[in-house]
Unconditional design. Sequence first.
Length: 272
Amino acid sequence: MTDRIASNRQKLSSIIKTIVLCGRQNIALRGHCDNATDIEKDPLNAEYHGNFRALLNFRVDAGDTVLGEHLKAAAKNATYTSPVIQNQIIDVLEDQIRSEIIRRVQKAKWFTVIADEVTDVSNKEQLSLVLRYIDPDTCLVREDLVGFSECDQGTSGQELASKITSCLQTYRLDLSNLDTLVHFLHRAGLFPDHSQSRPADILLQNWNHGRPVALDISVVSPLNPSTLAEAGATFGAVLEATESRKHQANDEKCSALGEMSGNACARRLSEL
């Protein structure tokens, strides 16, 4: 039984190492025809196989006898080379990489967040989350991507803050070690111990002749179906409409608090 477990691990090790190689070298796994469960079934059309299967063949040619025997003798549903298995292995690798990043961030204690939003091919807004920190083992500054999250609740400042908070809590990171974000979230009224929501998103002290400015951040897309016609008719119309709406919502509240109202509108966070 022990020998069988060791053999199975060695087979999977070759397959996993091939997927890791493709990921590190930014190589696509699949090809024109990638549904065969055994790459030896169609040797005459090997050029149609994806990079993943071609690299498995390369390993076999280079002397990986365990993998070669596995691909020849395994049942069709037990080769562990299908696109489904490839994706499952990639998911496991993602969890392992993220866990290592989170471990380093927790050890470093202090960190900051870099976030950006982009529309994917299905026209859904995706938020990328990067953690910037000093690696406690090397004392070097690192910026590591920890994942993407769909902006299913919207892309306003408060909605993005809520999404970032949710992700950081999922990653078991202590928000008290992120002073800037904590202040940002307090201003947005997202902490349960904050009794009253404040206008806008970020408070800039002594901004204009000693007066503070409450800055509202908005990320809007001209490709949104509800604004597409307006964006096509007039350049910048969507940004102007968003800015006008924010002024109507925040100007009176800011004035009551002795603050000026400001707006920052862009198509993506990186433009701010």
